[in-house]
Ligand binder design. Structure first.
Ligand code: GTB
Length: 220
């Protein structure tokens, strides 16, 4: 059964891989699962047909036969479980539980301050208090990056072999790339670069970029 995911018809990031369908595409590529993509406009996302799949009127969604899912974390977890033994979740029960812990850490501990920073920049830069608030928000991001950097140390991945925990953490950190903040933590920059260098990441990136450019992926 070929799953279908949804993605922006026209992504605001112009195909830079920052929308959340990217992490789902990446997971599907890692496990070698072909997939189809249904592109949706901002208006269509708020229509009842899409809300039946996603109560908050967002992308990505995932449909596979009678199963339909929303939330990128839940979707990546489902893909990792459904394709056990394909490298996203370790076989060892404890290592697997730790990989899942890192997925949650990425989404519930590291992503919120990063989103807060993105929201401040996009929606609040015209507010009179913006210049005062920005350093506070940036410091919250730096707190998390410092802690993550210390835990990663000189390891390649967060807990042994690459896992869905790394996929989610790299996907979350990528949002910071344009800010330059990642460069303050050379081991985190290198960690993100290792994720981006994975062939599965490249294929996923090319596929989402092709939506924006209208040109077929290069098939690297
Ligand atoms: N918690 C949900 C998940 O992880 O799946 C969040 C889903 C979500 O925020 N989806 C966004 C969406 O559908 C797209 S990814 N927004 C439309 C809406 O809410 O009406 C967020 C996103 C958008 C744009 C950029 N960008 O341009 O850089 C990056 C990320």
């Amino acid at each position: 059964m070929i799953p279908t995911i949804t993605a922006f018809e026209r992504s605001p990031d112009r195909g830079k891989g920052l929308s959340r369908d990217m992490r789902v595409r990446w997971a599907l590529e890692e496990v070698g699962q072909p997939y189809e993509v249904r592109l949706v406009s901002f208006d269509a996302m708020k229509e009842p047909a899409h809300r039946a799949l996603h109560p908050f009127g967002q992308i990505p969604t995932y449909e596979e036969g009678a199963l339909s899912l929303f939330e990128s974390g839940a979707i990546v977890f489902h893909i990792a479980e459904r394709h056990a033994g394909r490298g996203l979740l370790p076989d060892d029960a404890h290592a697997r539980a730790r990989a899942i812990t890192w997925m949650f850490a990425a989404l519930s501990t590291v992503e919120p301050p990063i989103l807060d920073l993105a929201t401040a920049r996009i929606l609040e830069s015209d507010k009179p208090w913006y210049e005062q608030r920005l350093p506070v928000v940036q410091d919250r991001v730096r707190d998390r990056l410092g802690e993550l950097s210390r835990r990663l140390g000189d390891a390649d991945w967060l807990d042994g072999a690459f896992s869905a925990g790394d996929l989610m953490m790299v996907a979350v950190l990528l949002r910071l790339k344009p800010s330059g903040m990642l460069d303050e933590y050379p081991n985190l920059s290198a960690y993100v670069a290792r994720g981006e260098a994975r062939p599965a990441y490249r294929r996923a990136f090319d596929a989402q970029l092709a939506v924006f450019t209208g040109k077929p992926p290069t098939g690297r």
